[in-house]
Design a protein around this ligand. Sequence first.
Ligand code: R5P
Length: 286
Amino acid sequence: MKVVAGSASFILGERVAKEGGWEFIKPDIKKFPDGEIYVRVPEIDEDVILVQTTYPNDKIIELFLLQDALREMGVKKIITVVPYFGYSRQDKIFNSGEAISARAMARHIALNADAVISIDLHTLSILSWFDIPTVHLHATVPISKYLSSKNVEVVISPDKGGYERAKLVAEKMDAEFDYLEKTRLSGTDVVIKPKNLDVDGKIVGIVDDIISTGGTIARASEQLRNQGAKKIYAVCTHGLFINNAIENMKKTDDFASTDTIETPYSNITVAEIIARGIEEIMENLK
Ligand code: R5P
């Protein structure tokens, strides 16, 4: 088996290959003057693990071209790893006439894949749109290791939806966990604080699936600081860090994301959990 990565995931692809003891192959990827993308993969006569995050838009086209190139050369099994699944947030029709973008992505990725692996999907309904085997992984272990290294005592989700994630992370490091709850005191007064725990004097880790503009983390940090948190660390699986996100992150003592999206802040690797996920799916494909 060989690991091929698209340019959104060159670093992670190489790390996955190292973890699994597979050879890493970096394809030739270029852009034509009009912006169209060219890919060329060296001849491979084994099954392939193809790693590519589908963000931003160009990387989606790259993935489709790489899948096509691999099929064209007769690769029998293509295990497609999509570390960050772009368009996952439009997973239903909010207003009539809209596309279910996450479903459109799933259907197109499945055209030239034999199995798909992804991590901390925004919604699990995405898995149901694949007509091929899927494995859904969680970055719980590497995230808990990062927070343990910062001596975090309380793991907080910025909302109720992320409570299970905070719980799983906290349980791995023997820490307390909670989520932030908004309580309206009057027409003008709203207090946002951990539902059950007191963070006064504590080292707190905020865990989210995505950091996009950083607004959620900035607001959560301000509230936790007001309630006496001694130190605040923010961590997420998918760090997009768009607009003034880095400015917002200054409200924390430190922050990091995993390498599902490769940025200067993606200091936590999910390579090991992906390698184990690949081994699991290969057993099912036998
Ligand atoms: C929301 O459902 C997600 O879990 C994140 O909290 C959200 O996407 C973060 O966005 P931002 O960084 O722009 O506040």
